[in-house]
Design a protein around this ligand. Structure first.
Ligand code: ASP
Length: 402
């Protein structure tokens, strides 16, 4: 990825914010709508690529590992990394929300809560194995997609020559998808501009102020995790300079920030990882899996949100209940889809686990989309850091081609 692309996307974003705030002042609703439409087209084009990309890259990532021992090592390391960083993020969130107490004294609004079906652990588990794969893919059920890709990859890994044609097909599908991604990156600044216009025009600063303390807690937590914890992990476990490594991913991080979607950002993240020297087998495994299940930012956000609402209602959460928030926030983040507001859908699960009124979610809604940009960036950052750490831990032979 040329640094040029990152620069152009950044300029697109900045111009979008300026234009959005101007349109807001001038009340140019139609200009906001047209820009939003351009942004949506870009977002849809990215999301269009997600299913072929995840399927081909994950299945191939496994198929090309050579043997099952390597697969279990790669899988084990990746999952251990995800669990550890998610837990670290939630811990930071819970500590901060107890320290800052943003909910105490917040006026309760009696807005209508969002109509969300409650997430149940049983449904979450059952959805992993789709009875009808085509239906699951058509509905965009990402955990099912991950399961199908892993299974196909494992079958290809153990198959002898008979699997070769399918491997070649997946390889060619992956390459074609990457070609389209490069085309999309050419128009990315325009798409990002459109998204930024709408965000800036919608938010202004007015919705932000009443909830400023809460937003501050979330953003501070995300900053500690994203700017301190994760870079330190790069330094300690990947033995790389965090700045030098993360510079390669500016385009992906900006895309995450402006699209609020880990899934939509995946094509860009995979592309950046190639340029950053991450081996194919690692990036094709860690990133698609991470974009779906590894969401440090969302986990932190869900924990803070639940504790914040409890504080606003004057409900005192016992340490044992906070542990329950810790566990359910981790699970809710795994279950959340990598799409804008994906975390919101799984939030009732956290609330219900400690008996918080789900209608309390109305309190945090006004700034959910705003905070989504930050948490999605940290979600993607977590996957990026995971690549470097897993690659180092796999101890690849330097001369071995990837
Ligand atoms: N938008 C987030 C993501 O795509 C998920 C969330 O809403 O927390 O990573």
């Amino acid at each position: 990825m040329k640094h040029d692309t990152a620069k152009r996307i950044f300029i697109g974003f900045l111009l979008g914010v300026i234009a959005g705030l101007t349109f807001r002042v001038l009340n140019w609703q139609s200009a906001v709508e047209v820009s939003g439409l351009v942004g949506d087209l870009f977002l849809r084009a990215l999301r269009m690529l997600v299913i072929p990309l995840i399927f081909s890259s994950l299945a191939l990532g496994i198929a090309q590992l050579g043997n099952i021992t390597r697969l279990s090592r790669l899988g084990g390391l990746t999952v251990a990394y995800y669990l550890f960083t998610n837990a670290a993020a939630v811990t930071i969130g819970i500590l901060l929300v107890n320290l800052i107490q943003p909910g105490v004294g917040t006026p309760l609004v009696e807005e209508k809560p969002p109509e969300l079906p409650p997430l149940q652990l049983k449904t979450l588990l059952l959805n992993i194995i789709p009875a009808n794969p085509i239906e699951a893919l058509a509905k965009g059920e990402m955990l099912a997609l991950i399961f199908l890709s892993l299974l196909t990859g494992a079958a290809l890994l153990t198959s002898q020559d008979i699997g070769e044609p399918v491997k070649q097909l997946l390889n060619s599908l992956l390459h074609l998808t990457m070609i389209v991604i490069n085309w999309l990156l050419l128009v990315a600044p325009l798409g990002v501009f459109g998204l930024a216009v709408r965000l800036a025009a919608e938010f202004g600063l007015s919705v932000f102020l009443p909830l400023a303390k809460y937003a501050f807690t979330v953003i501070l937590g995300l900053a500690i995790h994203g700017l301190i914890v994760l870079p330190v992990l790069v330094l300690l476990f990947a033995r790389l300079s965090p700045v030098a490594y993360l510079r390669n991913f500016v385009t992906a991080l900006l895309t995450a920030f402006s699209t609020s979607s880990s899934s939509a950002t995946l094509p860009v993240t995979i592309e950046c990882a190639g340029k950053a020297g991450i081996r194919d087998e690692v990036r094709r495994f860690v990133l698609p899996l991470g974009a779906t299940v590894n969401m440090d930012g969302t986990a932190l956000y869900e924990a803070v949100a639940a504790c914040f609402v409890a504080q606003a209602y004057g409900i005192h959460l016992l340490p044992s209940e906070q542990i329950l928030v810790f566990i359910t926030a981790n699970l809710a983040a795994i279950g959340a889809a990598g799409i804008p507001a994906g975390g919101l859908v799984t939030m009732p699960f956290v609330f219900q686990s400690v008996g918080l009124p789900v209608k309390g979610m109305a309190l945090i809604l006004p700034i959910d989309r705003f905070l989504d940009m930050f948490r999605t960036t940290v979600n993607v950052l977590g996957d990026i850091v995971g690549c470097a750490i897993v690659q180092k831990a796999m101890k690849f032979d330097k001369n071995q081609p990837s």
